[in-house]
Design a protein around this ligand. Sequence first.
Ligand SMILES: Cc1cc2nc3c(=O)[nH]c(=O)nc-3n(C[C@H](O)[C@H](O)[C@H](O)COP(=O)(O)O)c2cc1C
Ligand code: SF4
Length: 514
Amino acid sequence: MSVRVYVPGDAGALSVGAEEVARAIAQEGARRGGAPEIIRNGSRGAYWLEPMVEVDMASGRLAYGPVTAADVPGLFSANFLKGGKHALLLGPAESLPWFAGQQRLTFERVGIVDPTSVADYVKFGGYQGLTQALSMGGAQVVQAITASGLRGRGGAAFPTGIKWKTVLEQPAGRKYITCNADEGDSGTFSDRMLMEGDPFTLIEGMTIAGIAVGATQGYIYLRAEYPHAHRALKAAIAAAYQARYLGSDVAGSGRRFDLEVRLGAGAYICGEETSMLESLEGRRGEVRVRPPLPAIKGLFGQPTIVNNVVTLATVPWIMAHGADAYANFGTGKSRGTLPIQLAGNIKRGGLVERAFGLTLRELLYDYGGGSASGRPIRTVQIGGPLGAYVPASQFDTPVDYEALSAIGALLGHGGIVAFDDTVDMARMARYAMEFCAIESCGKCTPCRIGSTRGMEVIDRILAGTDGERNVQLLEELCDTMVQGSLCGLGGMAPFPVQSALKHFREDFRARSQT
Ligand SMILES: Cc1cc2nc3c(=O)[nH]c(=O)nc-3n(C[C@H](O)[C@H](O)[C@H](O)COP(=O)(O)O)c2cc1C
Ligand code: SF4
């Protein structure tokens, strides 16, 4: 039997040469008369080690990385298919320091399974959650999700069980499960990693949601900029139909659940749930006024669950292991684990899944290794382009929804972008307004006009024109946008600006004196 070698097909790994590495291993193996079986797994999330190649040994998987195509002949000469020593040998994949202390629940199979194989998914514990859900009534499943303490991982952190209960309680009829896979936040990639590395977990989570609330149709709204995730989802959905985990008789239960992928329209606002529904219905992505809530009147006017990829992909673990097991992780009202994404000016960027409660400092220094530039980290932006900047003096804040909210920050989708001490915070504030001006759907004035005025005011500050007065004007404008915008885009775009003014006022003052 040929040796199994894992070379990630994850978009992040591909961007640093994984495709060339896979090809080189196949060619060199064939040339030497012993081509290994190559599995294109997902990334384990240690991105600075990608492309990380793993060889399946009797004792477990041995990792080598980061590997380039040029390294491949040398790896064969070092007999890497038998675990031979080589400068790129990292050791057993599971014992890499990056994984020490991680608590991988939602991501337990990412980087491990073959994302195209239902059999592999089942071998690693997949579909146990669905089996459990099918043995329970819908209300019991919803109760389990409520008891687990799971909150939406897309940004708003709304309790998932309450949302599901609302849909369950709507009169029987057409209901929908929609998955928000628009993942527009800067520095975030957990949805993408999961869809590429373990798509069946998302499919299983959506199927359980359908069984729970009585919905027979699901849609994944996927951002068009994710072609690899699109391919992975399409292949996995076809395989799930083939294995009868989707369709008219889900796992022999007589229950129906159908699932399709719809490509997004390439606008940040299409990630906002009501815009996403508009876009799914084939219209321009524009925010709907609430109420009614999507749970009552959502897609095509029917009761609809809108959940993020990570939220839905966490459901199978909860159903398989029990609500208490999940709720035992975490702190306060932030239960369970969060896949946190480290990006920006950071030495070791990637994905860390840990229970809520570890500090920003642990993440940035123990996992991230400090800045890539070697300079002190001055600030991090958490929760995407609308998230606040947190200064180094607050790096001992625990990562949980309430603790971050107490310092005026938000966790959002769990992306943390690091900046060193060369960052100009007045320019970052301008960027926030510019982002809002470009991405605004235009429906309400504070956001549409306010963001452009915001840019102009910051430009005057940057130019040193009437600094103090313009800083004051900027603060008033931010207040107006927060109070008067219809949705989170205009309502939160001022957060990075306000936090920059609060913690880094010197960056604005320096100009006001010129
Ligand atoms: C401007 C804006 C953009 C958003 N983008 C996303 C997104 O890309 N993905 C996502 O899951 N949620 C996004 N959200 C949050 C959604 O509106 C919604 O709260 C979420 O999809 C609900 O799922 P959850 O409860 O599982 O988090 C966005 C919200 C706003 C205001
Ligand atoms: S706040 Fe901005 S994005 Fe949201 S509805 Fe108003 S104009 Fe549209």
